[in-house]
Design a protein around this ligand. Structure first.
Ligand SMILES: *[C@@H]1O[C@H](CO)[C@@H](O)[C@H](O)[C@H]1NC(C)=O
Ligand SMILES: *[C@@H]1O[C@H](CO)[C@@H](O)[C@H](O)[C@H]1NC(C)=O
Length: 564
């Protein structure tokens, strides 16, 4: 064990890259036996990730890449193979998609279990797991042998936050046949990676099943909307604004955005899809790009600018990438519905050319797959650097780590560090701390963050987080929302219950009341559904309540403008 550290913590307040060489020089002066650097480098050597999965390397795998756009039936073909196989696993990017495969597989007589971060459902029983499983990609087992595996949306291997999970599945799945579904832009990279693993690869290309037309006319006015229209925008304020404008014109709208619970999203989708429901217009964010079955005739881009995180984790406003734009546009038209042939346009005239330009660009081939440190690696680091905070350990790891940059990049660890900093002073064993910091919570919501901290404190006092304790924290039972800020709060509470469920699978003794909490969460989903169903009346309620939440400030300004 070496003894660097106090300075380490002190030094790591600036940007690591700037400070590290300085640190090394000084650390060597102060601690001449800085022998552990070699150990640290060895631990953080990520150059041969294919070797981390000996079970997968021991078998010969056949990779079948189903490449094609949205609505080309590529996943359908992979799923047929999955359903027919003796054993199989589906790995998807979203809980909704995993749940859909779970439903479909069981409905077609292939018993299948569901495995997500927050939920396990068994076709047979907990003791007798099925031979098939549908899971979110992070939850995929790389130890269970399967005949067939599917990795959906394989292009997400380049995702700055979650890419590592696709890399792990691709390199580590222990299956004779692995079906990858997604954009052709990932083909070259996968081929290179599979040269190293020695697996064979076949590519099948698909074309869209139905016509998709880019219109020459923008929509320009909310008076020009038609049944089957879907507005796509990238901020909640735009969602609120568009919904109100349509409501003023006597239109009912369905609303979908990322923060809504899955049940609410499904209910909104069903309302919109139901030919007998008067609600025929959808207002959504790019949350509709994946996982929901929608009968959209025309996609209308209300905006083409989306906030994104760059490699440094900074927020930027960027024009959609060709891949994002195509994925969203592709949601127009649905095979087998009365809206088979889709149309795409923009709201504003000045966006129309930009849309054509973006969607006609060639999608850049993906060059690198994501990686991230494991709990074991961080634990070894902590052993060598016992006085460092978890956040610092992560920084040091990232700085020292060696990657094969031709094919891999280090995923962004800022979310992890954010949570680590928040609970730094809560006394927890390192493993527990690491797991807490991996929990997938939305970091921007203060209520979720406060609850996260309270969970950690309660845990550190060795007090089980019981149902009654939780109810006190979240103020259960909850009422249907009366205005928009109520709704935003209920969404946060939903995420807190998700956090509880997620942690309950990692620490069952400390989070004992899983079933009741799951039941509560379903009830809350219903309460939120009622709120979103009446979203236009919630929107009106804010007029008299302009001070409530930051999220609605723009809507209020809009209100003021209209009064002038
Ligand atoms: C799965 O089936 C259940 C029960 O029929 C339904 O409530 C749920 O919405 C379905 N989920 C998805 C994602 O299709
Ligand atoms: C999607 O919608 C189509 C048409 O409405 C329907 O035939 C199909 O079963 C749906 N798929 C799922 C998974 O809900």
């Amino acid at each position: 064990m070496c003894h660097l550290p106090v300075i380490f913590c002190f030094l790591f307040t600036g940007h690591v890259d700037d400070i590290f060489p300085y640190f090394l020089r000084h650390a060597r002066e102060v601690f001449p036996h800085l022998g552990c650097m070699e150990d640290l480098k060895k631990i953080s050597d990520l150059r041969l990730p294919a070797n981390w999965y000996p079970e997968a390397r021991a078998i010969e795998r056949k990779i079948i890449f189903h490449a094609g756009p949205t609505n080309s039936g590529k996943t359908y073909h992979a799923l047929q193979r999955f359903l027919m196989s003796k054993s199989g696993v589906y790995c998807g990017p979203l809980k909704l998609l995993a749940a859909e495969v779970f439903n479909k597989s069981n409905a077609e007589g292939t018993p299948c279990d569901l495995v997500t971060g927050e939920e396990r459902r068994y076709a047979k029983s907990e003791e007798t797991t099925s031979d098939h499983a549908a899971c979110t990609v992070e939850m995929t087992s790389v130890n269970i042998p399967y005949e067939v595996a599917i990795i959906d949306e394989i292009q997400m291997i380049k995702d700055q936050q979650r890419g590592w999970a696709w890399t792990r599945a691709l390199l580590g799945l222990c299956a004779q046949e692995i079906h990858l579904c997604g954009e052709a832009s990932a083909i070259d990279l996968v081929r290179e990676l599979m040269k190293v693993t020695g697996d064979t690869m076949e590519v099948r290309k698909y074309k869209r099943l139905t016509k998709l037309t880019y219109l020459d006319k923008p929509v320009e006015s909310f008076d020009n909307v038609r049944d089957g229209d879907c507005f796509v925008c990238f901020s909640k304020n735009d969602i609120y604004y568009i919904s109100r404008e349509l409501e003023k014109r006597g239109k009912q709208v369905a609303v979908i955005y990322g923060g809504l619970p899955p049940g609410t999203k499904l209910a909104q989708a069903q309302k919109f899809n139901d030919p007998n429901d008067p609600c025929k217009i959808m207002v959504a964010t790019d949350a509709i790009g994946m996982g929901l079955n929608l009968s959209i005739k025309r996609v209308i881009f209300y905006s083409l600018v989306k906030p994104t995180l760059n490699e440094k984790g900074e927020k930027e406003m960027d024009v959609l990438t060709p891949s994002q734009a195509l994925q969203i546009a592709g949601r127009a038209g649905r095979y087998g519905t009365h809206f088979e042939n889709g149309e795409v346009t923009t709201y504003r005239r000045e966006d129309l050319l930009l849309l054509k330009d973006v969607t006609s660009r060639i999608i850049e081939p993906i060059e690198q797959a994501g990686l991230h440190p494991t709990a074991d690696q961080i634990e070894l680091f902590a052993y060598h650097l016992p006085h460092s905070t978890l956040s610092n350990l992560m920084d040091i790891f990232v700085t020292l780590s060696q990657l094969d940059n031709d094919y891999y990049f280090m995923c962004n660890v800022d979310d992890f560090k954010f949570l680590a900093d928040m609970i730094e002073h809560v006394p927890l064993p390192l493993r527990v701390r690491y797991v807490f910091c991996c929990s997938p919570i939305p970091k921007k919501q203060p209520f979720v963050c406060t609850s996260f901290l309270k969970f950690a404190r309660q845990f550190s006092q060795n007090e089980p987080l019981t149902l009654s304790w939780l109810c006190k924290q979240i103020g259960w039972p909850l009422q249907p929302p009366k205005n928009l800020s109520d709704l935003v709060h209920l969404e946060s509470v939903f995420d807190v219950l998700d956090l509880y469920l997620w942690l309950s699978y990692r620490f069952p003794d400390m989070f004992p009341d899983v079933n009741q909490v799951r039941y509560m969460q379903q009830e809350l989903d219903s309460i939120i559904q009622i709120g979103v169903y009446n979203i236009t009346s919630l929107l009106k309620a804010i007029k008299s309540d302009c001070s409530t939440a930051v999220a609605i400030s723009l809507s209020c300004q809009q209100g003021k403008k209209n009064n002038h």
